[in-house]
Design a protein around this ligand. Structure first.
Ligand code: GLU
Length: 289
């Protein structure tokens, strides 16, 4: 068994809020319990929304919270060439195709919804005979995974599930619900799904601890891992911290940003307590069950 490696992987497109703090603390708690390593990764593939000042604020907020991560911090924006090579490999194997559709066109032609509630792509651009000419002429395009071809190559798939007590179990994966998912956006040669799978493997991540909002995406992630012959980590999807109205916390809610709490004089200790953690003698968080 490789020694456990965990990671906290926020996107620096806003200030960290209590939901991030919970996820980071839970990662640190699992890492301490398993005597594993704890890494930090900045998922900053979005060139418009991810700003350097927000990336700096992430590390600042985390150290205020009292969490330390192994250096160096991995920044996805520095690895575009690697993602492009992975994408090219899938394309060369006939598993990815360019999609020239606008958001509006996809919504109009959609044949249902994906697990995120977004319009399910009906495959309009799959097998487009003049795709090469359109690319050569400079038409903007994303890249989609050919879901059916990918699933056929990958065969039966399973997700290893990590329970709160550290026990693992296995469930079947159902990537078909994602249809032909976007694996590279129009503006960058990758997507969240492609980068997260590649980086977890490159960083040797063995245990992924993240919010339940990403649970369904895991089925697509294990499909990509199988296609790319990458190891599949164990996954724990934790409950989402909600605001008083029961809504999932969004980064737009300034009042729950760690920076705002800090300005109001709230201590990191209080945040730990409010989120259900106490401090072990060695400083690591322990969930209060
Ligand atoms: N970057 C993602 C987010 O901030 C999390 C990715 C992951 O943990 O897999 O929602």
């Amino acid at each position: 068994m490789p020694s456990p490696v965990l990671r906290f992987a926020p996107s620096p497109n806003g200030r960290l809020h209590l939901g991030h703090a919970y996820s980071a603390l839970l990662n640190a708690a699992f890492a301490a319990e398993m005597r594993g390593r704890l890494l930090l990764r900045l998922e900053d593939i979005d060139p418009l929304r991810c700003r350097p000042d927000l990336a700096a604020a992430v590390t600042d907020d985390l150290s205020w919270l009292g969490l330390t991560f192994e250096a160096p911090v991995r920044r996805q924006s520095e690895h575009m060439a690697a993602y492009r090579a992975v994408l090219d490999g899938l394309r060369d194997r006939g598993l990815a195709y360019p999609c020239f559709c606008s958001r509006k066109a996809v919504a109009a032609a959609a044949s249902g919804r994906d697990p995120d509630g977004a319009p399910l792509y009906p495959g309009t651009c799959r097998g487009l005979p003049d795709a090469g000419a359109l690319i050569a002429a400079g038409h903007p395009h994303a890249w989609r995974l050919d879901g059916a071809a990918a699933r056929m190559q990958a065969g039966g798939l399973a997700v290893t599930v990590l329970a709160a007590d550290g026990a693992t179990s296995v469930r079947p994966a159902e990537p078909a619900r994602w249809g032909d998912a976007v694996i590279a956006r129009k503006d960058v040669p990758t997507s969240y799904h492609l980068s997260v799978v590649w980086d977890d493997a490159v960083q040797g991540v063995t245990h992924v601890v993240r919010g339940r909002d990403l649970e369904a995406a895991t089925d697509l992630h294990v499909l990509l891992q199988a296609l790319l012959a990458l190891p599949s980590p164990a996954y724990h999807h934790h409950a989402l911290i909600r605001d008083p109205a029961g809504e999932k916390l969004s980064k737009s809610l300034g009042s729950v940003a760690l920076a705002a709490l800090r300005r109001e004089g709230v201590t990191a200790e209080t945040v730990w307590r409010r989120l259900g953690f106490r401090r072990a003698p060695d400083g690591a968080p322990i969930p209060v069950r």
